[in-house]
Write a new protein. Structure first.
Length: 93
């Protein structure tokens, strides 16, 4: 995810604040008018997204596990994610 912002009084103010959990690590870089591309060489491998093929393989594996009954019910998964990701429990759909 790329978030656009501006520096004011030594702090970065973003156009639309993302709903990230307190303590979430972010990487900042200067943008220019010609390119807002990220410099992927400076971002650790552990936080880079995978290729489309890698992401599809992960989804296929998860789908196969769910079909085999190896997954968790949605309410259990959400109960585990809500506190870990600082989600608002009242915003359930």
């Amino acid at each position: 995810m790329v978030v656009k912002g501006i520096v004011r009084n030594g702090r970065v103010e973003v156009d639309t604040p993302p709903e990230w959990a307190e303590g979430t690590e972010v990487y900042l870089g200067l943008g220019d008018e010609e390119s807002e591309e990220l410099d992927w060489d400076q971002i650790p491998e552990s936080v880079k997204p995978g290729t489309r093929e890698e992401e599809l393989a992960i989804l296929r594996e998860a789908y196969a596990e769910a079909k085999a009954g190896l997954g968790k019910p949605l309410d259990v998964a959400m109960a585990n994610l809500t506190p870990r990701c600082s989600l608002n429990a009242s915003s359930k759909r």
